[in-house]
Design a protein around this ligand. Structure first.
Ligand SMILES: Nc1ncnc2c1ncn2[C@@H]1O[C@H](COP(=O)(O)OP(=O)(O)OP(=O)(O)O)[C@@H](O)[C@H]1O
Ligand SMILES: [Mg+2]
Length: 375
């Protein structure tokens, strides 16, 4: 079966990865020159894809071993250690003897070993019983990597998650390890810009000024259009300019939404004009209707009015400005800033370069198509 070139999860290969040349080179340069780096962007712009692409590029360098793990969903340092140990297994300990050696090193934490029933990947669980053992687990894992003769680059995705761990001094503990391991370069990545920026830019925080910062934005429109055209023409398909322009309009060129729409269009049509884009967009909105309707239950009337007004505008600089409030009959400015804060906290809206917009581009389209709706 032929691969749809517009992939929707993870990373496949350079062939299906669009552009990001400058960002890729910058990350590789930081890694090769032992500078730790923090990668920040809105949700679904392509942070994880970029890390995987960089790892794919550096995999030719056999003396540099990449270790990737995503700590989204972890709730404690204990779980962090477990996810880390599994990433170590995947990267450096694939042979039976290496796995045995790793289990021996972690023996004090009573490790269990199994295979993931879905992926078939080897999996370790650690029986960590108290704070000393949490600390021991990190000591063992970091020293295990540090003892290795090769160099490592460790990417920790959704790094802001550590702020929610209940243990004391989590940032200081991790910062210590990061500082002490000479043969490991770190890439920290996440989408909670506010939380990550604070972690790395406030003098009182352990990670203050400890890494280079890198903000990822949408892929250059011309480059993305060329990538799309080339994949269509490789399979004898046609994508018309009006289709590309209307996709740009619907998605704001936000990577995930562009990929999602093109995955559909590519699978359904041989020749795509703005008419096919409109049809597919409508179908996607219909499919998601129950999800979007349930979002509305999470909102108060005022929050919904603001959300709708921002969706109708596309992007809004100041949702508390008198003219904006009056145009959309939202209400008093005093209640609006609280509602904006709450919408941002619930990740319905985000502020990028001074403009508020809806995070979910398809949800924004759905709201636009249902202008008169009240929750
Ligand atoms: N340069 C690219 N070319 C083509 N597709 C890409 C590119 N970068 C990312 N993608 C695709 O876009 C989607 C979102 O990317 P990714 O998951 O990397 O974003 P993210 O910023 O890590 O998202 P999240 O904030 O949810 O973790 C995925 O389907 C991914 O395959
Ligand atoms: Mg990601």
């Amino acid at each position: 079966m032929k691969q749809n070139p517009f992939i929707l999860t993870g990373y496949n290969s350079p062939e299906y990865f669009c552009n990001r040349h400058i960002e890729t080179n910058r990350l590789i340069n930081a890694i090769e020159n032992q500078r730790n780096i923090t990668l920040i962007s809105r949700r679904r712009i392509g942070k994880t894809g970029l890390i995987m692409h960089v790892f794919d590029q550096i995999s030719k360098n056999k003396s540099l071993i990449p270790i990737y793990f995503d700590i989204m969903g972890t709730t404690s340092l204990h779980e962090f250690a477990e996810v880390f140990s599994n990433a170590v297994i995947r990267s450096i300990s694939r042979t039976d003897s290496a796995i045995k050696c790793l289990l021996k090193k972690l023996a004090a934490l009573r490790p269990g070993f199994s295979f993931d029933p879905l992926s078939g990947e080897p999996r370790i669980s650690l029986d960590i019983r108290n704070e000393q053992e949490v600390s021991l687990s990190l000591d063992l894992l970091f020293s295990l990597v540090a003892e290795n003769k090769r160099s490592f680059v460790v990417a920790i995705d959704e790094f802001q998650q550590i702020s929610s761990y209940p243990e004391k001094n989590v940032e200081a503990i991790l910062r210590n390890h990061v500082q002490q391991t000479g043969n490991i370069g770190f890439v920290f990545s996440g989408s909670k810009k506010h939380m990550l920026s604070e972690m790395f830019s406030q003098p009182s925080r352990p990670f203050f000024s400890s890494t280079e910062m890198m903000f990822l934005d949408v892929i250059d429109r011309r480059e993305y259009f060329n990538f799309i055209r080339s994949h269509f023409s490789k399979r004898g398909k046609v994508i018309q300019d009006d289709a590309l322009n209307s996709i740009a309009e619907y998605t704001g060129m936000h990577t995930f939404y562009v990929q999602f729409l093109f995955n559909r269009l590519f699978s359904l049509f041989k020749n795509v004009s703005s008419e096919e884009v409109k049809q597919s967009m409508q179908r996607i909105l219909n499919e998601n209707q129950p999800v979007y309707a349930s979002y509305l239950n999470l909102l108060t009337i005022i929050q919904y009015r603001i959300l709708r007004a921002i969706a109708l505008e596309g992007a809004v600089e100041s949702p508390t400005a008198g003219s904006f409030l009056a145009r959309y009959e939202i209400g008093a400015a005093s209640t609006v800033s609280q509602a904006v804060e709450s919408l941002a906290r619930k990740e319905f809206i985000q502020n990028e370069s001074g403009q508020w917009s809806l995070q979910d581009k398809f949800f924004a389209q759905w709201i636009r198509s249902k202008k008169g709706l009240r929750p």
